[in-house]
Design a protein around this ligand. Structure first.
Ligand code: OOG
Ligand code: NI
Length: 267
């Protein structure tokens, strides 16, 4: 995982895995590509904060490829924490983890059982980042997780893979601002996440974000197949800070709402 070609291949593989779960993202990408070259702002990954699967452990292949941890975030209500990672030539990566220890004994034992089905030796491999689910799970168990945390249920159903890619609005020439992007998406029939308003953040916080609601895909559980929310597409417009540099971090209060793009009830 030492060279640029490998890290670019990893992102291409993650992109293909993501598109398979989010056909809307390909449609939107192609609409934008009619006039622009789409640049990816960041990829987001999710995990369980248990030994072996923490953000730091998931990030290892990225660190080996030249990424550095560059910010920490806490989401008290959703019981999540996160870090973002930067690389001189590659998109940002946002990795969050469930604070498993703060959940009920039921949720903790379900997650322990799922993780016990894993071969922990594969986690350090780069392809772990788009390897999906490593366990059998019933729909009944999925629903038990869903009752306490949408995020816990999402990881249980989809495993380890990009939750979203993000279009850099800064690199689109055909739109004035994020409102114009959102209007274009709605005109083309895509539903946006409206939690906290369609636009999260302001120019004053240096980052404005919006996202589609996740596509629904059929997932095979051990007892049945069900349509559930999978992955979404995000749009980010970054602004210059007082020192003239473009802000390259994340805003916890906005991220808190972006997480809800995989909620099963439409926002
Ligand atoms: C991550 C949500 C946060 C952002 O850009 O603020 C995020 C997730 O849904 O896993 O991606
Ligand atoms: Ni994001």
């Amino acid at each position: 995982m030492a060279n640029q070609q490998n890290i670019e291949q990893l992102f291409e593989n993650m992109w293909q895995d993501y598109l398979a779960l989010n056909p809307d993202a390909l449609k939107i990408f192609q609409l934008f590509e009619q006039k622009d070259t789409v640049v990816n702002d960041h990829v987001a990954l999710r995990t369980y904060g248990v030994p072996g699967l923490t953000v730091e452990e998931i990030a290892k292949p990225l660190i080996n490829a030249g990424y550095q941890s560059a910010g920490e975030y806490d989401f008290a209500q959703k019981k999540l924490r996160a870090q973002h990672f930067t690389h001189p030539d590659m998109p940002l990566v946002f990795i969050s983890e469930l604070k498993v220890e703060e959940f009920s004994a039921t949720v903790q034992s379900i997650i322990a059982e799922l993780v016990s089905q894993m071969d922990m030796s594969v986690i350090a491999q780069p392809d772990f980042l788009y390897s999906g689910r490593h366990w059998e799970i019933s729909y009944e168990t999925y629903q038990k997780l869903l009752a306490e945390s949408e995020y816990a249920a999402w990881v249980a159903a989809f495993g380890f893979r990009p939750n979203h890619f993000t279009v850099s609005i800064n690199h689109l020439t055909q739109f004035e601002n994020i409102s114009a992007v959102n209007q274009f998406l709605k005109d083309n029939g895509f539903a946006l996440n409206t939690s906290g308003g369609e636009i999260k953040g302001t120019p004053a916080s240096f980052l404005e974000q919006s996202s589609t609601m996740a596509n629904s895909v059929e997932v095979t559980f051990s007892d049945c197949k069900k349509q559930i929310p999978s992955c979404f597409y995000e749009f980010a417009q970054r602004h210059k800070m007082a020192n003239g540099e473009i802000f390259k971090g994340f805003i916890a209060s906005s991220a808190d709402k972006i997480f809800e793009s995989t909620d099963s009830k439409a926002a």
